[in-house]
Design a protein around this ligand. Structure first.
Ligand code: NAP
Length: 293
């Protein structure tokens, strides 16, 4: 696996990250555990999770599946899964095989899950409680990155929130602080507090990604891209992956890789030398297309 360096973290990290948003919801504990084992065997040591993922189950499943293996974990604070009634959990696990047999049902369950996620009111206490529970579920003493999860713009300006995050870093519970939301939110936060220096956001189809990654590098920050397969142009999946790695050659590209074939394809793309020229060409074409309307 091609690796890169994350300042403040003692080990090199894999250029491909494993996204756990579906772990415990679309993907059962058993299938998820097997997928995590495959990812570890392929050399992936960057795992992206959040308290809200997998209907609130993802962190605990990931913690159990890692079984003490030391990896870089990104977790988040700011969104949480609404408490599900036991009967709803049972109904969901019974429905899983039906949903996977009828892919059109997946969009419906996805939108139902989005409604079951609520915003955690942020203050120093709620932030400390949230990371404390995350560390417990993940069975680790610290994580590589704690990111504000889709923060409200006003939270990026709150002194008490920002100070609480800095304290966690000072205490050694988290190595780096980030924003998992939009590029603009990251810039606003990094302008106010340079210690917020990890930017996680969706790759954009607008042809601006290269410029965004350039700005992150100028700020000496670290970039994580997701949404690789959501980009309409280019629509060829292999090319989408090569575009993402070419656009973010010194950072992490995150994908959901629960299916063995997907994992193999994503690992193969991560192992190629990032093609920055290809990414620049795709972006330039995409900009000219949007200029033409
Ligand atoms: N605000 C945030 O912080 C934020 C927002 C969105 C996402 N994320 C993170 O990013 C991760 C990835 O999310 P995403 O939205 O970018 O999803 P994605 O990686 O684009 O995955 C979407 C779908 O594409 C499939 N897939 C993966 N590799 C493929 C391949 N090579 N060919 C064809 N299909 C493939 C996946 O299937 P399988 O999983 O079955 O393999 C999944 O069903 C999430 O799990 C989460 O950790 C973070």
């Amino acid at each position: 696996m091609r690796t890169i360096h994350l300042a403040g973290w003692p080990h090199s990290v894999s250029a491909l990250g494993f996204g756990c948003a579906s772990l415990g919801s679309r993907i059962s504990r058993k299938a998820g555990t097997a997928a995590i084992e495959r990812a570890l065997a392929a050399g992936i040591n960057w795992f992206d999770v959040a308290p809200s993922y997998g209907d609130g189950e993802a962190e605990a499943i990931l913690g159990d599946a890692l079984a003490g293996v030391s990896v870089a974990i990104v977790t988040k604070v700011g969104l949480r899964a609404a408490p599900a009634k036991r009967i709803a959990r049972v109904a969901r696990s019974l429905a899983r095989p039906i949903v996977s047999a009828f892919p059109t049902l997946r969009a419906l369950t996805k939108s139902m899950r989005a409604q079951a996620i609520e915003r955690l009111p942020l203050d120093p206490e709620s932030i400390r409680t949230s990371i404390g529970r995350s560390l417990e579920r993940l069975k680790v003493d610290r994580v590589a990155v704690l990111a504000l999860h889709e923060p409200a713009f006003e939270d990026l300006r709150r002194d008490d929130v920002l100070r609480a995050l800095e304290d966690l870093k000072r205490q050694g519970l988290v190595a780096r602080i980030g924003i998992a939301g939009s590029f603009d939110d990251f810039c606003a936060a990094n302008d106010a507090r340079p210690f917020i220096d990890v930017a996680q956001f969706a790759i954009s189809a607008s042809g601006r990604c290269g410029a965004q990654i350039g700005s992150i590098a100028t700020r000496k920050a670290f970039a994580v891209l997701h949404g690789v397969f959501g980009v309409k142009s280019p629509n060829d999946l292999d090319r989408s992956l090569r575009y993402a790695f070419g656009a973010n050659p010194s950072g992490v590209v995150l994908t959901s890789s629960f299916t063995p074939d997907h994992l193999a394809m994503n690992v193969a793309a991560a192992n190629e030398t990032p093609d920055e020229a290809l990414a620049a060409k795709i972006e330039s074409r995409s900009r000219s297309e949007s200029a033409r309307g």
